[in-house]
Design a protein around this ligand. Structure first.
Ligand SMILES: Cc1cc2nc3c(=O)[nH]c(=O)nc-3n(C[C@H](O)[C@H](O)[C@H](O)COP(=O)(O)OP(=O)(O)OC[C@H]3O[C@@H](n4cnc5c(N)ncnc54)[C@H](O)[C@@H]3O)c2cc1C
Length: 386
């Protein structure tokens, strides 16, 4: 196992100070390594995540070579040549577990931001004190965007949040954590080959969720009540003016509708299974309130906004991969983690790789079992099926 930094590197160096997992502790299980702490319903801090992953590495005696960056993976007869900054390795098979979130995804229009505005991404952001004084525009309202907008607003600044497509979820539903429902109802285990629009499922933004001691919901209604100004998707920056889409009512209605459909799925499941589990009565939530006449533009030269936080997602980085298996969008061509056209090459830890839960910590176990089975058959000389 080659790691360019330290064990749990991304959790150590690529996250903001206050971040806690949005998955409850009992769900942050690793293969054959359940959570056994005293707070199963709590949410881990980054220091706790690092400790847990480091413990797992020690318990499993994982043969990790830290501070070893892979600089190239190329085909050679019968396998692959892996170049690292610590020498070369030749092997029959390679598993790419380099993460789905190596680089912040920032739209091209960033180039048009006036110079005096400081731009930070979720990778650079640490806490509100590090931002220059003044108003903040947060772009993106998925898990990262809503959490940062909330934290920056609480620090006393004025915050404008540009909202695009998003996934709304309540933190609790019928007396249980919403992610308990995702797992128990089987939604999270839905396989990639059972999903109608897999490409879309793989692009779905992260849900509007936050892990707090209060188990609080953090949706757009909550943010608006806290004083965050909601505007539409950032569509362009022209002559120093940020222009926002006018489609907030549609966007909100769609997110509300999708949430209701998901809650219907949970209710259907509960109807057939609740003799065994205790849950409260079905609930429905207030629709997302549309602001009256949301702003369609904002003059970035007026001094009202001093910084922009790009919470527009992340993408993997395969610049070191010298096997032609990456499409024009920078995504690996794979069938459930088995890379197409490159026998012996595998990937793990990507969105909806084999199941809806693939990109979460708890998703590794089932995906790893499937892929290791495939890999073992491949190494044994058989013709493995996906
Ligand atoms: C902001 C944020 C919050 C998240 N919150 C949650 C959450 O609450 N719960 C949850 O279950 N999941 C969460 N996730 C998803 C989480 O990232 C994954 O569950 C988990 O980290 C995936 O682990 P991984 O090992 O696949 O990827 P990573 O943790 O990204 O690890 C990949 C490793 O590969 C190394 N690497 C990359 N390229 C090279 C190279 N060329 N050479 C050598 N080493 C390399 C990196 O240094 C890194 O350590 C979150 C993700 C983000 C970005």
């Amino acid at each position: 196992m080659l790691e360019r930094g330290e064990v749990a590197n991304s959790w150590r160096h690529e996250r903001w100070d206050s971040l806690r997992l949005l998955t409850p502790n009992w769900q942050s299980r690793l293969p054959s390594y359940p959570y056994k702490g005293a707070d199963p319903d709590g949410f881990m801090t980054m220091a706790e995540v690092v400790e847990r992953i480091s413990e797992f590495a020690a318990v499993t005696s994982a043969p990790v070579r830290t501070r070893t960056a892979v600089t190239s993976v190329a085909r050679m007869d019968g396998g692959y040549r892996v170049a690292t900054d610590g020498g070369e390795i030749r092997c029959r098979s390679v598993v790419l577990a380099s993460g789905a979130a190596n680089i912040p995804r920032v739209p091209e229009l960033r180039q048009a931001v006036p110079e005096r505005i400081e731009c930070v991404t979720a990778f650079d952001y640490r806490n509100p004190d590090r931002l220059p004084p003044g108003g903040v525009l947060v772009v993106g309202a998925s898990a990262t965007g809503v959490q940062l907008a909330d934290e920056i607003r609480r620090s006393g600044r004025s915050v404008t949040l540009a909202v695009g497509e998003h996934v709304r979820l309540p933190r609790n539903y019928r007396g249980r954590d919403v992610l308990w429902w995702m797992e128990s109802s089987g939604v999270w285990s839905q396989r990639y080959d059972e999903i109608d629009d897999l490409e879309r499922a793989r692009r779905l933004p992260s849900p509007q969720l936050v892990g707090t001691a209060e188990h609080a919901t953090l949706d757009l209604n909550v943010l608006r009540a806290a004083g965050v100004e909601l505007v539409g998707r950032l569509a362009a920056i022209r002559d120093g003016r940020a222009l926002f889409s006018g489609g907030l009512p549609n966007l909100f209605a769609l997110a509300d509708l999708k949430m209701e459909r998901l809650l219907d799925t949970f209710d259907d499941w509960a109807r057939n299974n609740t003799p065994d589990v205790e849950v409260g009565p079905p609930e429905r939530f207030e629709p997302t309130r549309v602001p009256v006449a949301p702003r369609l533009s904002l003059d970035l030269r007026s001094g009202e906004i001093r910084s922009i936080v790009w919470a527009t997602g992340f993408r993997p980085d395969y610049r070191w991969l010298d096997v032609p298996v990456v499409n024009h969008k920078g995504e690996l061509r794979h069938d459930g983690g088995v890379i197409v056209g490159a026998p012996g090459l595998y990937a793990i830890g990507l969105p909806v790789l084999r199941r809806r839960k693939s990109t979460f910590i708890l998703g590794a176990e089932d995906d790893a079992r499937d892929l290791v089975g495939h890999l073992a058959r491949y190494l044994a000389g058989g013709v493995p099926t996906v």
